[in-house]
Ligand binder design. Sequence first.
Ligand SMILES: [Cu+2]
Length: 155
Amino acid sequence: MRNNSHRRIRALRLAAFVALFISSASHAAEPLSIDVHRDANCGCCKKWIQHLEASGLTVIDHVEANMSAIKRGLGISPELSSCHTATINGKFVEGHVPAEQIIAMSKRDDLLGIAVPGMPAGSPGMEVDGKHDAYKVIGLSKAGTDHVVAEYPEN
Ligand SMILES: [Cu+2]
C-alpha cells in the first residue's frame, strides 16, 4: 500500500516535469500574434484575417464602432488609411498588407508601422477574378517620414 502511493507520487512528479518541459518548449516557438481592429460588416477585413492565419499568424479580432478614432490614435494619416487597422509588437499595420511584410516588419525597430493605402485589387483579402493592381507597402519611420518598403507589380 505504502509502496504503491510512493510510486504514484513519483509518476505524478514525472508527469509535472514533462508538462513543464513541453510548455516551455512550445513557448519558445510561440507564433506571432496580431491584434486586428475592424468594422463588424467588413468582408474584406475577414478575408485578410484568413490570409494572416493561413500564413501562421495568431489573430486577435476586435470589432470596433469607431475605426477613425483608432487610426487617429495610432498616428495613421488619411493618405495611408484603408479599412482595417492592426497592431503587432507596438507597431501598426494598416490595410491589406501581405503577411510576409508584417513578419519582416516585426523584426525592425525603425518603423512606427506599415500600410497599403486604399484597397488595391489583388492584395491579400482583395482578390478579384482577373484583376491585380500594382500596389506599394509604405513604411512610416519614427522620424515621421514615409518610404516604400515593398512594391507588388500589376499582373
Ligand atoms: Cu479592405
